[in-house]
Design a binder for this molecule. Structure first.
Ligand code: SG7
Ligand code: ZN
Length: 226
């Protein structure tokens, strides 16, 4: 198994590169995530075309997050590339900041294209109405190490997304060890909501699991017009 890392303390985010030599990029990388989006350049970004349907998930608590693994068949087309949705998972508070501000939570939708490159769509979560698409997940939050397959549970993935799909676009990394770079980040500008009780249930189970923001090192963040 991968070396043990944490979010705080001796094996916390400031020390990931010391936990395992395989995590060197966490300290040495120059395109690390998450970032604070303080300034973005308006650009003619390609639209995000989600082809999400319903899917029977496996819900897994890996100790660092609750992750929902999905069967093949849910895709994102963007700029002539097709990304397959592999899984989504949560962080509290949001790892990404907009003008210095985090939201109580974020969903990361992790996709992979035919070349094996990852594209992660981040949907920021505010406290508000319960999200119908996510309610089944929050009704079946697994204990650490537990994997839950819910018979006949079908998630309406499309309902997870906000109606407006304007986004920020930048190059970054995995936000957990091994912090591998070459990840295409797309952060939606419009947040979704979860109920305050759902956010609190996740936080009680997992605790804070947000890596601090990383230096931009000259990276440009692009912003779609909408
Ligand atoms: C979570 O975040 C998990 C990881 C994920 C990692 O800890 O969901 O998933 C697996 C399969 O280990 O890593 C490779 C990968 O997806 C980092 O993902 S993130 O950068 O979107 N936060
Ligand atoms: Zn994540």
């Amino acid at each position: 198994p991968a070396s043990h890392w944490e979010y705080t303390g001796e094996k916390g985010a400031a020390h990931w590169s010391e936990v395992d030599p395989a995590f060197a990029t966490c300290a040495m990388g120059h395109l690390q995530s998450p970032i604070n989006i303080d300034h973005a350049v308006k650009a003619d970004l390609p639209p995000l075309n989600f082809h999400y349907g319903s899917a029977a998930p496996t819900i897994w608590n890996n100790g660092h997050t609750v992750q929902v693994n999905l069967p093949a068949g849910n895709t994102l087309d963007v700029g002539g590339q097709t990304y397959e949705l592999l899984q989504f998972h949560f962080h509290t508070p949001s790892e990404e900041r907009i003008k210095g501000k985090s939201t109580p939570m974020v969903v990361h939708l992790v996709h992979k294209n035919a070349a094996g490159e990852l594209g992660v769509v981040a949907v920021l979560i505010q406290a508000g109405a319960a999200n119908a698409a996510l309610t089944p997940v929050f009704q079946h939050l697994p204990r650490p190490g537990e994997k839950i397959t819910v018979d006949a549970l079908s998630l309406d993935l499309a309902a997870l997304l906000p109606k407006t799909l304007g986004y920020y676009d930048f190059a970054g990394s995995l936000t957990t060890p091994p912090c591998s770079e070459g990840v295409h980040w797309m952060v939606l500008k419009t947040p979704a909501t979860l109920s305050a009780a759902q956010i609190a249930a996740f936080r009680k189970l997992i605790g804070s699991n947000a890596r601090p923001v990383q230096p931009l090192n000259g990276r440009e963040v692009k912003e779609s017009g909408d």
